[in-house]
Write a protein that binds this ligand. Structure first.
Ligand code: SF4
Length: 648
């Protein structure tokens, strides 16, 4: 029986793909029961036929099912024909997608050449003025009529040529019309697509794919969920293209993408995926494949007891209410837990790997912004005094033997062990439990014990869903103990980064979890420990539940990019990465950049050859700055705003 999920997926407990209608894109259909398709976008100048063809081939060889190419004007749209012909000549028939902004004539031409066009309803035939206008109903309807007139010719061409279309909403580039009525909310994003979709439906054109991208995974996830709910209400089932836009590069870009895309894939949502990183497009492809392939056999997971009373709102973030136990739960930020129990010994300098640096001359610890909060020692001891902020966890048996029991926190392997034990901590006990225990009557024995924090485990292949089910049970039973989410992965670090981002992130985004406990294959190597610690903080930052560093919103670059994005992003990062909580957007062009910066505090935007325009929020503060001075100018703006601090 289908669960009465506030309808955005088939089930919160049984994995199954959300069924959409099939859309034909050349010879590679998507949606329906087709595999989840992989795509990426070229970064070459579209007018450079050979460079674009060669990059497309690298992307196809890496595993792209479709190649997207920017077509900012009629010239690039026309050149798509040369690119397509050259690809065919070299034996590649992969469908091409033209990426359109602003220019209907480029779209109309491209739609006659390539297999799919992508339009952004926020800027198709609409230049954003960043004005807050009040629209009366009559004015609003006039605007819709104007859009209909501009957009219908493209729809008719797509119908005639059998071309597919993606109506791709971006959180950062909603039209003034939508902003005035809905704000930059998930609902605004959905309505933005629906305005265009209704025009397509009126014209009996259905070869459509939809997307709801944002650089904030929380907004992106809520928008896709809401879109499905609205489509269900209007009896629509168009396939969905998933992506987190302007995710950035390196680990942070991967974490953000895995969190946003993975959380939706977990619920069976998504028909095609693009991971967008500020890196070469062929680097994006293996990540997308890795995310998607995780679900190939997911249907076979161990069953999870279904739920009929869903006690939370999947469309709005609200943290699960818990009481505070020492620094856990309540209004405290989620804490980071790492496992050092495999180590035969731990030295003073080893703690540097998790954010605590010891100065032997001063006999002092310095603690950085990403210092792990709890370490699990199992049966081991520290042979020195731990830094004040770092808490130590021991197996219960070991803890019992400690002379000074305040130096450790006991971990009980099970609820039975905890309830049968005569010795407990008066302050904080960690108790491991899984869904079976949470559902059982036994839970009453410890529910709402003010000195207990649960460590939630899972062995289920559909582990996120099983842990979510446990959170829902706790809510339904009104149990308010804080909960730490524990995940162990016996996989390489590349996959671990993606999978843990999905598994933790999907729960955090719904307000579940007062801590994350991450274990990998090997914690005996300090390099791995650094990686695991950074991953935990990265996931908490991407879920916006604990901000510990600067956030970079960097566009993935395309044929319009006016500077070397990777180089400039690194340059800006080197100077600003100590500015905790500041969001800096680095955008390749002024045509789309400002519209897509979403909620960045500062923007560094290419505005001409060697020229940069600097923004504070959406406001231009310095125009046409020489690129050699632009990073310094950006810093001086941050300093002027009183948000600059000296690096450590
Ligand atoms: S913002 Fe970046 S990705 Fe977007 S159009 Fe401009 S250069 Fe291309």
């Amino acid at each position: 029986m289908m669960e009465p999920v506030k309808k955005y997926c088939n089930s919160l407990t049984k994995y199954s793909r959300y069924k959409t209608r099939e859309v034909s894109v050349g010879d590679v259909p998507l949606g329906g029961s087709n595999p989840i398709r992989i795509q990426s976008m070229t970064t070459t100048d579209t007018m450079n036929t050979i460079a674009t063809v060669e990059q497309s081939i690298r992307m196809i060889n890496a595993g792209c099912d479709y190649v997207r190419i920017t077509a900012p004007s009629i010239n690039e749209a026309q050149n798509l024909l040369n690119i397509k012909n050259e690809l065919h000549k070299r034996g590649y028939k992969t469908p091409l997608i033209a990426d359109i902004h602003f220019t209907p004539n480029a779209a109309e031409l491209a739609a006659k050449i390539v297999e799919k066009v992508r339009v952004n309803p926020g800027n198709y035939a609409d230049r954003k003025k960043f004005q807050t206008l009040e629209y009366t109903d009559a004015q609003y309807n006039e605007e819709i009529d104007r859009i209909r007139e501009k957009f219908s010719p493209l729809v008719n061409i797509c119908k005639e040529y059998g071309t597919a279309m993606r109506i791709g909403t971006n959180h950062g580039s909603l039209s003034d019309r939508i902003m005035s009525r809905y704000g930059d909310t998930p609902l605004g994003m959905v309505e933005s697509a629906l305005e265009f979709l209704r025009i397509c439906e009126d014209l009996n054109y259905h070869n459509i794919v939809l997307s709801m991208k944002s650089s904030n995974p929380q907004v992106m996830i809520q928008a896709y969920r809401l879109l499905i709910q609205k489509m269900e209400m209007e009896s629509m089932n168009y396939p969905l293209h998933l992506g987190v836009t302007e995710a950035g590069d390196g680990e942070d870009g991967r974490i953000k993408s895995a969190l946003g895309i993975g959380a939706l894939l977990e619920d069976g949502i998504g028909d095609t995926v693009r991971v967008s990183l500020t890196e070469e497009p062929e680097c994006e492809v293996p990540i997308a494949i890795s995310l998607v392939n995780r679900y190939l056999n997911r249907n076979d997971h161990e069953s999870i007891i279904s739920i009929h009373d869903i006690p939370y709102d999947p469309f709005n973030y609200k943290r699960r209410e818990t009481f505070e136990v020492t620094s856990l739960g309540g209004t405290n930020v989620p804490k980071v837990f790492l496992d050092l129990s495999d180590r035969s010994s731990i030295g003073l300098t080893d703690l540097g790997a998790i954010g605590y640096n010891y100065n032997s001359t001063l006999d002092k610890w310095s603690v950085n912004e990403q210092a792990c909060d709890f370490i699990y020692l199992g049966k081991n001891d520290l042979t020195f005094d731990a830094p004040n902020n770092l808490k130590l966890i021991n197996d219960f048996e070991k803890w019992q033997t400690l002379e000074d029991k305040t130096k450790g926190i006991p971990l009980f392997e099970s609820l039975e062990q905890f309830s049968s034990s005569k010795t407990k901590s008066f302050v904080l006990n960690f108790v491991k439990l899984d869904l079976t225990t949470v559902i059982s009557d036994q839970l009453k024995l410890i529910a709402n014990d003010p000195a207990v924090v649960f460590i939630l485990t899972t062995k289920n292949n559909h582990g996120m869903a099983e842990q979510r089910r446990a959170f829902l049970e706790l809510k339904n039973k009104d149990v308010k103990n804080p909960v730490v989410i524990l995940r162990k992965y016996n996989i390489d670090n590349e996959k671990l980064l993606l999978y843990s981002s999905t598994d933790f992130g999907a729960l955090l985004i719904d307000g579940f979890g007062d801590g994350v406990w991450l274990s990998g294959k090997d914690q005996t190597d300090n390099k791995n420990l650094v990686f695991l610690n950074r991953t935990c903080f990265g996931v908490l930052q991407a879920a916006r539940t604990r901000i510990s560093k600067t956030e970079y919103i960097a566009c993935p670059s395309c044929g319009r990019t006016l500077f070397d994005l990777v180089e400039v992003t690194n340059k800006i990062r080197n100077r600003t990465e100590h500015l905790k909580g500041v969001k800096i957007a680095i955008m390749g062009c002024i045509v789309n950049g400002p519209g897509e910066m979403a909620d960045a505090d500062y923007g560094y935007v290419g505005s001409g050859a060697g020229k940069i325009t600097l923004y504070r929020g959406k406001e231009v503060v310095r125009k046409g700055v020489n690129s050699e001075n632009a990073v310094e100018e950006l810093i001086s703006i941050i300093q002027g705003d009183g948000r600059w601090i000296l690096p450590f």
